[in-house]
Structures are given as structure tokens and as C-alpha cells.
Design a protein around this ligand. Structure first.
Ligand code: ATP
Ligand code: MG
Length: 570
């Protein structure tokens, strides 16, 4: 490839819309352009990187028993009605209507389509297990598209679906995919951390997310530096608190005036108490019914856990009117004492002795509130969001926290789709059984951005060799100079003949411009051909990542480049 004909419009300025370094570099290095909010066009260099990642994915999935298929993006609503997700999916789903007024969606994911496909074709246990995957655009009308392709509305995903006879088989598929993911991300040069995850809209019983750590990540992860437990906070379990065995006598409950004091922070300041002494009371509406949820003032409710605990479909914080109705007070004065709705208490309120809570009366709180004496929770369970400093549920040591971006997720689905969609096979014992399924996604376009987040410096991208758009760029200081041109052409052809992906910067540009572009785009190696070294028959090889330079005879370039690429790829 010659740079003069490459469509890679680089930008010197940082685009104003791009907050994240990966987003900036993807635009500046000419990998992609924005077409609409959260919708991007990929230019040749971007496509080359995508293809590299896809090739790695295909190799590893094929090795793990995967077979590639291609499913439709346009999916009929009927299938989504069968699984019950047409209504559940909400406004994230792009919906459309055809000329006959039939409803469709643009696939945000493909469990329904694949389950229907396999249901109609696969009849016998002898045809199992099946591991089918595709690499294709997905559509999600994200509420907040941002960070370029990290959260976009059209994105490329690899999705694999496994069909097994029984749970043991499905667990084996899960393990095979987990291991394949570990290899895929490692080969892409990405350092990922698998964490236990909630199953969200996809459903199912067990899930891991592969996280790339970084402050820009939208997910919060807690992990235990001692035993290795790691989980998304949506999922992370919290240890129960031991009931207080303190000698503090239980004091008589009393009302205290707290005019205008509605937050934990204001209350701790006014009363000079720790947040952990406060019994925070939140009113939620779960499938239309009000419930009170208690945590200590030092914690927050984890709504994912709450939803799971209440086994409800719809969960939202109550509005002002409902709070007034339930507590007889405006927002900020709710408390468990005398409440006439079910009370779900997080473990963190159990050890509170002589605590503070709202009085269910405007401008008043209660002092010396005690569990089981002044209020009796309907249920005490794990409802709070895990945080750094809490005890690890596994080993009891202190948890730490970090932010992360999910690049892949594996789900054990069980019969969540096969049962309602009646996808069954005939087992060896002659009994019809639902397929036991799993599903497994990788955000291919998000992975590009994640790689850049981990591999860049102030000059641009530093691609790992495995996913670089080209491995080497040959840069003659002046392509107009005959000696340099001949040498550059020769090096270029030799590298190309040796099967190395090489680009020749034959543009009539100043050397500074060519070097800047090479650094910005981030080719792992640059072979520079300049008059000084060429006079001795030598060229310069520079490693992008380390900035190391070696001067080598022209005749050795191919061997040297191969050796360097090998070393970089290790
Ligand atoms: P997130 O929690 O980040 O919204 P998700 O859990 O909804 O992601 P999955 O349904 O598990 O996503 O999709 C599989 C993969 O697709 C994710 O691991 C992620 O890499 C990628 N992905 C999901 N949503 C987007 C998006 N809006 N833009 C780019 N990639 C995405
Ligand atoms: Mg996910």
C-alpha cells in the first residue's frame, strides 16, 4: 500500500466532541468518522484493525467448536413476543414497521432469532452441542451514546449461542467460551479482568464480564486483593453484619426537630453523628406496590439486587405524592417506625443501636430507634451497593474498587429462552427436553477503542502487532530524491515479498508531517530512509512503542524487521 493513495485523513487538532483519548485518536488517525450521534463510518485503517480483531475471534471460536453463521438484522416482533422481551426491552430497541404495518426491530441481540432457527431444525441430542456465532452490526438506541465506539447506537458485536443437552454440557460450553475470551483478548494485546456480573436484560443464572480497567469506565467493580473475588457492583455480594453485641443500653425513642434537614449529609452535620448511625429509608414502587427499603446512611441501595430480591418486573423510586401518602411527610423524613408497607432492610441496619431515622412527620426525625423493638423488617437481606473497604464475602478481607469498561460478557442462560419458545430436542432416553443455552458477546468495535486506551502515548496510538493496520511503514525523508526513492521502493518490495504488511509513505510531504502521521496512526515499526545513513548503505528502524532506534544495513532490513515484530508480538 502506498500512503499517497491511502484514504486516511489525519487531523492535527483534537476534535472538540471527543472526550476520551481513544475517541480522539480514532478520529485523528483517520480510522473513522461520525455519521450521526452514536453512528460511525469506518475508513480503511479502521476496517483493517476490525478485520484483525475479527480474524483472532474467528480462529479462537472455531478452535473452541464454534461455527460461523449470519443472522438477519431485521427481526420480526412475533419472535420477541414469544420470549416476552418485545415489551421488556424498552426504548433502547429500534423498532420499525413495514408497508403492511408489520412490526420489526433492528436486532439489539439475537437470542430469539437463533432459538427459533435451532428449534425448527435440530431434533436430536445427536446434533448437540451446537455453538453458533456471527459477527455483525447491532442496534441499541442508547440513552447516552458517548466515547465514540465505546457506547454507540450501531456497533459491531460477535455473538455466540450455545445449545446443549443438559446443564453439565452447558457448563462445559460456558467454560470453553470463557477460556476462548481469555485468549482472544490476550491476543489483541488487551489486559482484561473477568468479574462476576448481573445478567440484566439478557437474563439467566450466571455471568462474567470481561472488563478493561480505567477511570473512564462506566462500570464500577469491587475486587478483593486477597482472594481474587471480583464483581460488578451491580452483582457484588455484601457480607451480613453481625447483630450488635454492645453494652450500650437501648434508650427511649424520642422525636427531635430537624427543620428542613432531608439528606444524610445534613443530618450528620446537624446531629453530629456518623452516617452509619442513620437508618436511611427509601420508598420504592415495585410492580405498582409501595415498599420501604432500609440501608445505613453510609450505604446506597443497589436497585439490581433489590429488583431480584423483590422478584418484580418494574421498580422505581416513588414520587413525591406517593411518598407523602405512604409516610405522611414530604421527601426526606421517611423512617421505618409505624410504616404500613413491607419493609426490606439491608444487613447494614442490623447493628445500628439507638439509631436516627425519619419520623414520618415533616421537619422531625427520631432518635434511639432500634430494630426489632421499634420496627420489624419484613425481611433482612443483602440490598446495598458494595464499596471499597467492605468485607469480602469470600475471605473477609477488605474490598477495593476500580472502574472498568466491559468488552465481553458470557451468560449461562439455561432454559430461559428455550422453554417459553418451546425449543426442544429428543434426548437419548426418548424424552423431549428444552435446549440448555448460553450466550456470549464481544463488542468488536468497542474492543478497538479499548485497545487504544491501553496502547497509546502523547504522539498517538501504539498498536500491538497483532491488530495493527500495517506492521511497518517505510518513510523516505524525501521521496523526490532518486537514491532515497530507489532504496525506499526496494525495502518496501522486499518487506512485502516477505509477507509483511507494509505501507510506503511516498507522499510529497515534509519529513515532520510524515513522522507525525506515522506516530499518530501508530504502526509498530518505522523504517526511515534518509541521506545520512543511506550514504553508508544503512537505514533506520524505529520501534513506535519504545522509541528505540537501530541503524541496519539495507540488506538486513527484512530479517531485522521480522525479528523486531516477533519480539513485539511476544
Ligand atoms: P453495557 O453494560 O456496556 O451497556 P451490555 O451488557 O448491554 O453492555 P451485552 O448485551 O453484554 O452488552 O453485549 C455484548 C458486548 O457488546 C458488550 O460486552 C460490549 O462490549 C458490546 N456493547 C454493548 N453495548 C454497546 C454499545 N452501545 N456500543 C458499543 N459496544 C457495545
Ligand atoms: Mg453486558
Amino acid at each position: 500500500m502506498r500512503a499517497s493513495s491511502l484514504y486516511a485523513p489525519t487531523l492535527r487538532e483534537i476534535p472538540a466532541e471527543a472526550e476520551l483519548i481513544s475517541h480522539q485518536y480514532m478520529l485523528r488517525a483517520g480510522l473513522m468518522r461520525k455519521s450521526a450521534a452514536g453512528v460511525y463510518s469506518y475508513l480503511p485503517l479502521g476496517v483493517r484493525v476490525l478485520h484483525k480483531i475479527m480474524a483472532i475471534i474467528r480462529e479462537e471460536l472455531d478452535r473452541a467448536g464454534g461455527q460461523e453463521i449470519l443472522l438477519p438484522i431485521v427481526q420480526p416482533a412475533e419472535l420477541w413476543h414469544e420470549s416476552g422481551r418485545w415489551n421488556d426491552y424498552g426504548p433502547e430497541m429500534f423498532r420499525l414497521v413495514d408497508r403492511h404495518q408489520r412490526q420489526f426491530c433492528l436486532g439489539p441481540t439475537h437470542e430469539e432469532i437463533i432459538t427459533a432457527l435451532v428449534r425448527d431444525e435440530v431434533r436430536s441430542y445427536k446434533q448437540l452441542p451446537l455453538r453458533l456465532y456471527q459477527i455483525q452490526n447491532k442496534y441499541r438506541d442508547e440513552i447516552r451514546p458517548r466515547f465514540g465506539v465505546i457506547r454507540s447506537r450501531e456497533f459491531i458485536m460477535k455473538d455466540l449461542y450455545s445449545f446443549d443437552r443438559d446443564e453439565a454440557g452447558a457448563q462445559e460450553s460456558y467454560r470453553a467460551m470463557y477460556d476462548a475470551y481469555t485468549r482472544i483478548f490476550a491476543r489483541c494485546g488487551l489486559k482484561t479482568h473477568p468479574v462476576e456480573a448481573d445478567t440484566g436484560a439478557i437474563g439467566g443464572d450466571q455471568s462474567h464480564e470481561f472488563m478493561v480497567l480505567g477511570d473512564a469506565g462506566e462500570a464500577l467493580i469491587v475486587f478483593c486483593p486477597s482472594c481474587g473475588y471480583a464483581a460488578n457492583v451491580e452483582r457484588a455480594e455484601c457480607a451480613p453484619y453481625e447483630p450488635a453485641v454492645s453494652s450500650t443500653p437501648l434508650c427511649a425513642m424520642e422525636e427531635i426537630p430537624t427543620p428542613g434537614t432531608t439528606t444524610v449529609e445534613e443530618l450528620t452535620r446537624l446531629l453530629q453523628v456518623e452516617p452509619s448511625q442513620i437508618i436511611k429509608t427509601m420508598i420504592y414502587i415495585a410492580d405498582g406496590q409501595p415498599v420501604a427499603v432500609l440501608t445505613s446512611g453510609a450505604h446506597d441501595v443497589n436497585e439490581v439486587k433489590l429488583k431480584r430480591a423483590l422478584m418484580c418486573d418494574q421498580l422505581e423510586l416513588a414520587n413525591h405524592e406517593i411518598i407523602a401518602e405512604v409516610t405522611n411527610a414530604p421527601v426526606g423524613f421517611a423512617g421505618p417506625v409505624g410504616l404500613d408497607v413491607p419493609i426490606f432492610a439491608d444487613y447494614s441496619v442490623v447493628p445500628i443501636v439507638n439509631g436516627i431515622s425519619g419520623a414520618n412527620k415533616k421537619d422531625y426525625h427520631l432518635r434511639n430507634v432500634n430494630i426489632n423493638r421499634d420496627y420489624i423488617p419484613t425481611k433482612i437481606l443483602d440490598l446495598r451497593e458494595a464499596r471499597a473497604g467492605e468485607k469480602c464475602v469470600r475471605c473477609g478481607k477488605a474490598l477495593d474498587e476500580a472502574r472498568g469498561t466491559e468488552v465481553g460478557q458470557v451468560f449461562y442462560l439455561g432454559t430461559k429462552y428455550s422453554k417459553p419458545m418451546q425449543a426442544r430436542f429428543l434426548d437419548q432416553d426418548g424424552v423431549e427436553k428444552p435446549f440448555v443455552m448460553g450466550c456470549y458477546g464481544i463488542g468488536v468495535s468497542r474492543t478497538v477503542a479499548a485497545i487504544i486506551e491501553q496502547h497509546h502515548d502523547e504522539d498517538g496510538i501504539c498498536w500491538p502487532v497483532s491488530v495493527a493496520p500495517f506492521s511497518v511503514i517505510v518513510v523516505p525523508v524525501s521521496y523526490k530524491d532518486e537514491a532515497q526513492r530507489n532504496a525506499a521502493d526496494q525495502v518496501y518490495y522486499e518487506l512485502e515479498n516477505a509477507g509483511i504488511e507494509v505501507i510506503l509513505d511516498d507522499r510529497d510531504e515534509r519529513p515532520g508531517v510524515k513522522f507525525k502521521d506515522a506516530d499518530l496512526i501508530g504502526y509498530p515499526l518505522r523504517v526511515t530512509i534518509g541521506p545520512k545513513h543511506l550514504a553508508d548503505g544503512n537505514v533506520e528502524i524505529k520501534t513506535r512503542r519504545t522509541k528505540e532506534v537501530s541503524v541496519v544495513p539495507m540488506a538486513d532490513v527484512v530479517d531485522q524487521v521480522k525479528a523486531l515484530l516477533n519480539r513485539l508480538g511476544e
